[in-house]
Design a protein around this ligand. Sequence first.
Ligand SMILES: CC(C)(COP(=O)(O)OP(=O)(O)OC[C@H]1O[C@@H](n2cnc3c(N)ncnc32)[C@H](O)[C@@H]1OP(=O)(O)O)[C@@H](O)C(=O)NCCC(=O)NCCS
Length: 191
Amino acid sequence: MSDTSLIPELTTARLVLRPLRLDDADAIQRLFAQWEVVRFLANKVPWPYPADGARWYVEQVALPAMLRGQQWHWSIRTQSEPDRLIGMVSLMDDDPGNNRGFWLDPACHGRGYMTEACAAATGYWFAVLGKPLLRAPKAVANTASSRISARSGMRLVRVEERDYVSGRLPSEIWEITREEWLARQAAKDSG
Ligand SMILES: CC(C)(COP(=O)(O)OP(=O)(O)OC[C@H]1O[C@@H](n2cnc3c(N)ncnc32)[C@H](O)[C@@H]1OP(=O)(O)O)[C@@H](O)C(=O)NCCC(=O)NCCS
């Protein structure tokens, strides 16, 4: 992939996932720099979050990785308010232990939005990109994130220690294979 405009917008029942753009940085900066959002993210996220953290990340990390065809990032919006960014969902193919990440504006938690966004991104990973395996680590304490993995048919494969913004924590490694994902899709289609 040499042009991020080739990454499609994805739509779900209630959401629009728009490929990340540089002009998303200001909204990301406002929402992302909150303890509730970052505490269970990997400790490569700087904290306290710098004033130019989002612009630097979008410009220097995310967009170049999208251009290299190694990462796919979408901003999340509701269909009812498409101009308001409420979070991000990302796929990564440059770290075999971590293929998917996401965060949401705390004002929008608990409505099933990330379950919906994740299903769309995971479908893109397997059905469009044709990847064989999706793996995601998460802090054991991050119950909402674990529920998303469990409900989407992922398996807990091991527990290990990992470094998060809030320190070294017990961490779960979840995964699902392409075959498992396809079988779930077939069961949904026939049910
Ligand atoms: C993880 C996160 C994206 C979840 O988003 P969300 O839209 O609130 O998630 P959903 O509404 O789809 O809920 C997912 C599940 O978690 C449960 N849940 C939601 N918030 C919860 C909470 N605070 N505590 C426990 N469970 C919770 C929901 O009931 C749901 O479970 P169910 O499917 O069994 O009903 C959000 O909490 C977030 O942005 N956290 C900060 C960033 C982060 O930790 N990202 C993940 C890194 S691995």
